[in-house]
Write a protein that binds this ligand. Structure first.
Ligand code: AHM
Ligand code: MG
Length: 335
């Protein structure tokens, strides 16, 4: 049997053999993975570690923070601030960007993350995760400002997530396809368990929060309605539905067996483009999905082409199996 390949070895080979990533980026990804291991430990302990429940505070988006949201945010900052590979970080849980303190060397990368995605699932022992996106600081600008972060998703140099479920799995792209690593707790390391992940172009499974149906726009209503008509309807096949309410877990299922995931704009808060955040949720997930042969749009354009105007900008998300995403997107131009 072939020897297991650790994340470290995979990254060294990406750097040395294939020349895909510079040494600093390799270090950054190792550090993020190490932080995810620590978060995974905290998640595992649950009530025994006193990490469940609300922190009695709100983030910049007005959402109540859970204790684990804050713990995961701190773990990621502490792990990443001193290594010399980063210039600054941004997080769902912090109002503004976090500059690497002056006492540490400054690097050329910018790291964005949703430290604990799927917060509503923390206390009920359902899969949650960490999502991250890596950008390069624009050349020539002294210091770092929020403006430096406002780059389209197509500029990402690495993206991934770690899902804390029955297994802890790290999923990564550096622009050379998608690889999955499972945490081996005895060894304390992530081990490569799948390479060249591919999403089937067709699917019979959709993921959307159906309780919002009455608020949806016509194109989304039409798509879901046609799926629900099953064999007797225009699609001529029965569809299955899954909604975990943790984007990491829903996207992980799609990368594993296909499907389409939607969190579209709806009429509840018409001024918001969507619920999910562009820069540290939609962008990294869209790049992973595209790298696996899927597609991701906001109904009108490719998510990775959207020029962000704000750090915490929201976006409508449709991603997954290519032919389904193209169908929903085409409904937006015909209705
Ligand atoms: P969070 O980052 O605060 O956890 O919110 C994002 C989550 C996604 O993971 C998930 O797809 C969505 O919110 C679920 O929303 P809802 O509770 O409306 O179904
Ligand atoms: Mg989130």
């Amino acid at each position: 049997m072939a020897k297991p390949i650790s994340l470290t070895r995979y990254l060294v080979e990406q750097q040395r053999v294939d020349g895909h990533i510079p040494g600093d980026l390799r270090l950054l990804l190792e550090v993020v993975a190490r932080a995810c291991k620590r978060i995974s430990q905290a998640v595992n302990k649950g009530a025994l570690g006193g990490v469940l429940g609300s922190a009695d505070s709100e983030n910049v988006q007005g959402e109540v923070q859970k204790k684990l949201d804050i713990i995961a945010n701190e773990v990621l900052i502490e792990a990443n601030e001193w290594g010399g590979h980063l210039a600054a970080m941004a997080s769902e849980e912090m109002d503004s960007i976090y500059l690497v303190p002056n006492r540490y060397p400054q690097g050329e990368y910018l790291l964005l993350f949703d430290p604990l995605d799927g917060s509503s699932n923390i206390d009920v022992n359902v899969s949650i995760g960490t999502i991250f996106s890596v950008l390069k600081k624009p050349e020539g600008s002294p210091g770092v400002t929020e403006q430096d972060f406002l780059q389209a998703g197509a500029q990402q140099v690495a993206a991934g997530y770690c899902v804390y479920g029955p297994q802890t799995t790290l999923v990564l792209t550096v622009g050379d396809g998608v690889a999955m690593f499972t945490l081996d707790r005895e060894q304390g390391s992530f081990v490569l368990t799948q390479e060249n992940v591919r999403i089937p172009e067709d699917t019979k499974e959709f993921a959307i929060n159906m309780s919002n149906m009455r608020h949806w726009d016509e194109p989304v209503k039409r798509y879901i309605d046609e799926c629900l008509q099953g064999k007797e309807g225009p699609r001529g096949k029965d569809f299955n539905m899954r909604w975990i309410a943790s984007m990491v877990a829903d996207v992980h299922r799609i990368l594993t067996r296909g499907g389409v995931f939607m969190y579209p704009w709806d009429k509840r808060e018409p001024n918001k483009p969507g619920k999910l955040r562009l820069m540290y949720e939609a962008n990294p997930m869209s790049w992973l999905v595209e790298q696996a042969g899927g597609a991701a749009t906001n109904g009108k354009q490719r998510i990775l082409d959207i020029q962000p105007q704000q750090l915490h900008e929201r976006v409508s998300v449709i991603l997954g199996s290519k032919n389904e995403v193209e169908r929903v997107t085409s409904y937006h131009s015909t209705l």
